[in-house]
Design a protein around this ligand. Structure first.
Ligand code: AMP
Length: 288
């Protein structure tokens, strides 16, 4: 496995590389969720292709009061994990190399990025789109793998790829969970033992709501279901939890849901963000 830390080196490497590339962008502190995406990339690339994973804690997607400085960094362990799942190249640049100090161009998605996490984290998706576009340009992949864990991010990236004609297939990867149901996240490391114990309650409450919706408990009123889940998630870690948002949205448009049903089938995405202590956890599930 090759490790590239300089932007110029990456450009040079791509210029020489004849094999099709499949990209897995990450911010490191890798867990099974990330590694599942690397395995999917390995499958997609096949024997002739090359898997490029990037490890870059992108400053432009963090707000001024967010956890950029505290974000876990563990490059040596990440490199070993990448090698073990068949990654061919890791690109791990420094922020000062990726962004000119007077950078003045960014990419903004103006519809899907507005609500949900975009509402709570102004500028977040501009940072995401900009860095992903840069990584696309630097690595020129035929495909890139993104996790459904970040459902809105996946939708925004798909839209960017469509609207800017990036010739790149976006491959989604399902959310990988701990044995107790908690969605894996690098941020789970921030949780205290008692918070960690309470955190699986988020997914349990979401799954319970999905069952209630299917059983007709909320008839066809998504807003009533949202209110019910908000109340439960507020309590999930006692006084330590605070709901950022709960949303039932259309899975493609991310617009607030008007009906649980489409063409005779239950169809929606349930998306939540909950603070447990200072840690903001996100999760989402579909109707089935
Ligand atoms: P991050 O390092 O948090 O920026 O995530 C990098 C990629 O891994 C993104 O495409 C995420 O959606 C994906 N990812 C993060 N956590 C998980 C998970 N638990 N399951 C699947 N994919 C994940």
């Amino acid at each position: 496995m090759e490790v590239i830390t300089e932007v110029d080196q990456m450009v040079e490497w791509v210029r020489e590389c004849r094999a099709p590339r499949v990209l897995v962008p990450t911010m490191g502190a890798l867990h099974e969720g990330h590694l599942s995406l690397c395995r999917a990339a390995r499958d997609r690339a096949g024997e002739a292709g090359v898997v490029v994973a990037t490890i870059f804690v992108n400053p432009t997607q963090f707000g001024p009061n967010e956890d950029l400085d505290a974000y876990p960094r563990q490059l040596a362990a990440d490199l070993a994990a990448c090698e073990a799942v068949g990654v061919d190249v890791v690109f791990a640049p420094q922020a000062g190399d990726v962004y000119a100090s007077d950078a003045s161009v960014s990419i903004s998605e103006a519809t899907l990025a507005l609500g949900l996490c975009g509402g709570s984290r102004p500028g977040h998706f501009d940072g995401v789109c900009t860095v992903v576009a840069k990584l696309f340009n630097l690595t020129q992949p035929v495909a890139a793998v993104f996790g459904e864990k970040d459902y809105q991010q996946l939708a925004v990236i798909r839209r960017m790829v469509r609207d800017l004609n990036f010739p790149i297939e976006i491959v989604p990867g399902p959310t990988v969970r701990e044995a107790d149901g908690l969605a894996m996240s690098s941020r789970n490391a921030y949780l205290t033992p008692s918070q960690r114990q309470a955190a699986p309650g988020i997914q349990q409450a979401m799954v319970a709501l999905r069952e209630e919706i299917a059983a007709g408990k909320y008839e066809d009123s998504p807003s009533t279901a949202v209110e019910a889940l908000e109340g439960r998630l507020e309590q999930v870690a006692g006084s330590e939890s605070r709901v950022d948002y709960v949303a039932l949205v259309h899975p493609d448009t991310l617009q607030p849901l008007e009906s649980f049903w489409e063409d005779g089938e239950l169809r929606y995405r349930l998306i939540v963000a909950v603070f447990v202590g200072k840690t903001r956890l996100i999760d989402n599930i579909g109707a089935n």
